[in-house]
Design a protein around this ligand. Structure first.
Ligand code: PMT
Length: 397
């Protein structure tokens, strides 16, 4: 999503300036070209060396002494796909709202036509001051995207509203601003992770799914404007703006999906649901001294087949197929049997593909359409390819 996007990261003088380092790293990891600009205040909290080392270009701090770019305020702003200010102090918010160009960052903000994302961070008293409230409202009214601060621990031991939003929320906001917005207003439900079926009070029958592919799908749908609910068995950071429904077993996942799917526009089952579970799990812990237990298994409900049978008109239902051989033929059988609109087949025996990896390679199949192959890529890129196809189907393609 952020691959190749040029982002000016403005850092201003608050204690949260140190968090801009993590933010910069995450933007770089997502493929962005990050150009850092620090105010004099930010330099008091954070030297320029760290951000210069992590970002795509050295930190810029001054209007006047850059030999390569004699007019950095116009060039940086004109070339940016997005300007992000994190953290943004009351001073920078006030100067930007008033149209004052007092340093390089305020000059960039006034000279750019790119979208601007501002992430305030300050003490509660300052955040709630009527002047700051008015300035933030002015920026919002002009189309600036404001990522509200969170409540929590502040500098000096204070607690309250004003803590810089989490890096995940800020990156999600940046992605949402740059995304095509082609799922705006749509409800998307995604399942992620492997179900865990109890054997006894302490042991479970599980599988290798890490949830990474499901979380990437949820993050991608949210970035494209959808209202996303993620039904998950794993404990990964929830993507910004996504509602989480934690579950553990196939039965719990089925209840959640059956409740959420009827009103969804798009349903994606990326979870690895156990096909079998212990038929008679023990309430207590099975004792070693009683010898090796015999565990008989029974089938779990096929959640996706149930969703396919009850699919409302217009809904796009997407399944995944974890295969080790005859990828396309096996996936095509599941596409048909479960009455799906799309199936995303991954060869989980191939290198760097499927369970637990950061990358995947898939073949996307739809009824009566040629298969489309997405070569090895990070799971977010795979998610983008899946939703490109979903959007095509929803617009009649
Ligand atoms: O989580 P990661 O580590 O990132 O790994 C990603 C993944 C490999 C888990 C993912 O890409 C994937 O392939 N998910 C589906 C795994 C799977 O269960 O495949 P399957 O071929 O057994 O099932 C086909 C479809 O039916 C799946 O959409 C599955 O969610 C669904 N199913 C299966 C069994 C069952 N009882 N109920 C179901 O709904």
């Amino acid at each position: 999503m952020l691959a190749g996007k040029r982002i000016v990261l403005g850092v201003t003088g608050g204690i949260a300036a140190y968090k801009s380092v993590e933010l910069c790293r995450r933007l770089i990891d997502a493929g962005a070209h990050v150009v850092p600009v620090m105010t004099a205040g930010a330099e008091r909290f954070l030297g320029t060396t760290t951000l210069s080392a992590l970002a795509s270009e050295p930190v810029r701090t001054r209007l006047w002494d850059d030999p390569e770019t004699p007019i950095p305020h116009t060039k940086l702003g004109q070339n940016a796909d997005l300007v992000l200010v994190a953290p943004a102090t009351a001073r920078i918010i006030g100067a930007y709202a008033a149209g004052l160009s007092t340093d390089l960052l305020t000059n960039v903000l006034l000279a750019t036509r790119a979208p601007v994302v501002v992430c305030p961070a300050m003490h509660t008293e300052m955040w709630e001051h009527p002047a700051v409230v008015d300035n933030v409202a002015t920026l919002r009214a002009r189309g600036v995207h404001v990522v509200d601060p969170e409540s929590g621990r502040l500098a000096g031991g204070d607690v309250g509203a004003g803590r810089l939003a989490s890096p995940e929320s800020i990156v999600a906001a940046v992605e949402a601003v740059l995304a095509p917005g082609d799922l705006t207003g749509q409800r998307v439900v995604v399942s992620a992770g492997g179900t865990r079926e109890p054997i006894d009070a302490v042991r479970v029958l599980a599988n290798r799914s890490s949830g990474k592919q499901g979380y990437a799908l949820a993050a991608e749908a949210a970035a494209r404007g959808a209202a996303v609910t993620l039904v998950s068995t794993v404990d990964l950071p929830t993507p910004g703006g996504v509602e989480l429904v934690p579950v553990e077993t196939a039965d719990e996942m089925k209840s959640a999906m059956d409740r959420l799917a009827p009103t969804a526009d798009v349903v994606v089952m990326a979870a690895a649901v156990a096909d079998f579970r212990p038929a008679d799990p023990s309430d207590g812990k099975l004792k070693k001294r009683d010898g090796v237990p015999v565990i008989s298994l029974e089938p779990t409900p096929d959640i996706l087949a149930g969703l396919g049978a009850a699919k409302p008109d217009g809904q796009v239902l997407v399944g995944f197929a974890a295969e080790t051989d005859d990828l396309a033929a096996n996936a095509a059988e599941k596409l048909d049997a479960k009455r799906l609109d799309l199936i995303v087949a991954n060869d989980v025996s191939a290198p760097e593909t499927g369970f637990a990896h950061d990358t995947n390679a898939v073949t996307i199949l739809a009824p009566d359409s040629p298969a489309c192959t997405v070569p090895l890529a990070d799971k977010r890129t795979i998610a983008a390819a899946v939703f490109d196809r979903v959007v095509q189907i929803r617009s009649g393609g």
